[in-house]
Write a protein that binds this ligand. Structure first.
Ligand SMILES: Nc1ncnc2c1ncn2[C@@H]1O[C@H](COP(=O)(O)OP(=O)(O)OP(=O)(O)O)[C@@H](O)[C@H]1O
Ligand SMILES: [Mg+2]
Length: 301
């Protein structure tokens, strides 16, 4: 599609329901990138570690993955990876740098799109800056197989619009009751929008892993019963001291300790995640950003 000819500002008036079934001029499903938000109700449950290490694991299998650090409040993918990007989203949206200039290509093949700490909600960005972001990201569609988005935690507007627009979310929780309650709260908010999204649950930091299985089954059951939403338990990741050790060294755990329980668990998770998609479900990056713009007038927060 001709990016220049598209009137982005008109998207603001598109009701979100129409986006779900709209057949438009975007790339056909097989040429679209899969878009997955990595989110949680409670903070500090392991989203960034999972997003980074899952991205690396998939990249090592030859899948072309980009990771967008969209935790706009406290972006820290770069810290976990031990990289110091010269430019980030702020430089992109202000027009100082192009997407190609801000993307960091890591030796594994994983592409990092660095976030900007303190960047306001997308919904609060001036129109011109949102358009710049949108145009840049659309150019990525089809050049990567997967766009992973590390979002902030909670039920805020930014997180919700990222998830609803991606159409697919890796919902991360730990077995702690507070984290589980907050995960449920996020699912409840998402369910309120009645949009078809796929919710895949990862229970992280489980000790023993059987506790994680139990938590996943319970959460899925309660969401089905009270919210009528299906949650697919995707896997359990163990509590593993290699993780904080790797964080301190600023080396992703799958590289610092490739045979650790966490790395083994991430391998299994990557396998399940990648085998678990119908090509028709693939949102595509263009469609993802188009939905974000359309939803921003609908989502409160
Ligand atoms: N499986 C695990 N075993 C042990 N420690 C873990 C595990 N997963 C994450 N951690 C620890 O939990 C802490 C938080 O992880 P991380 O920063 O990935 O969470 P987050 O959900 O991204 O947090 P935030 O909401 O602040 O963005 C890190 O210090 C990490 O070392
Ligand atoms: Mg994080």
């Amino acid at each position: 599609m001709n990016v220049k000819s598209y009137q982005f500002k008109n998207m603001d008036t598109v009701p979100p329901e129409t986006l779900v079934t709209a057949e438009d001029d975007f790339a056909p499903p097989q040429f679209r990138s899969r878009v997955i938000a990595v989110s949680s109700g409670k903070g500090g449950v392991g989203k960034t570690n999972i997003a980074v290490n899952l991205g690396l694991t998939l990249a090592k299998r030859g899948i072309r993955v980009a990771l967008l650090d969209a935790d706009l409040g406290t972006a820290n993918v770069d810290v976990l990876m031990g990289i110091r990007p010269d430019y980030h989203l702020q430089h992109l949206i202000t027009g100082q740098r192009s997407l190609a200039e801000i993307i960091v290509e890591t030796p594994s093949g994983l592409k990092i799109i660095p976030g900007a700490s303190g960047l306001p909600d997308l919904a609060d960005l001036p129109d011109a800056q949102r358009d710049v972001l949108l145009r840049a990201m659309m150019a990525l569609d089809g050049t990567v197989d997967l766009l992973l988005i590390d979002t902030g935690a909670g039920v805020g507007r930014n997180v919700v619009q990222f998830i609803l627009s991606a159409g697919e979310v890796l919902l991360v929780t730990t077995p702690e009751p507070t984290a589980v309650t907050d995960a449920y709260a996020l699912v409840k908010v998402l369910a309120g929008y009645h949009l078809p999204i796929s919710i895949k649950l990862v229970v992280n930091n489980a000790q023993p892993p059987s506790e994680g299985d139990l938590v996943a089954r319970r959460l899925a059951m309660v969401a089905e019963q009270f919210l009528g939403r299906a949650i697919e338990p995707l896997g359990v990741l163990p509590h593993d001291k290699s993780v904080p050790q790797a964080v301190r060294r600023q080396i992703p755990v799958v590289e610092a300790s490739p045979f650790s329980p966490m790395s083994t668990g991430l391998n299994r998770l990557a396998e399940r995640l990648w085998n678990d998609v119908e090509v028709q479900q693939v949102t595509g990056i263009s469609q993802f950003f188009r939905k974000i713009m359309a939803l921003r007038s609908v989502i409160s927060g």
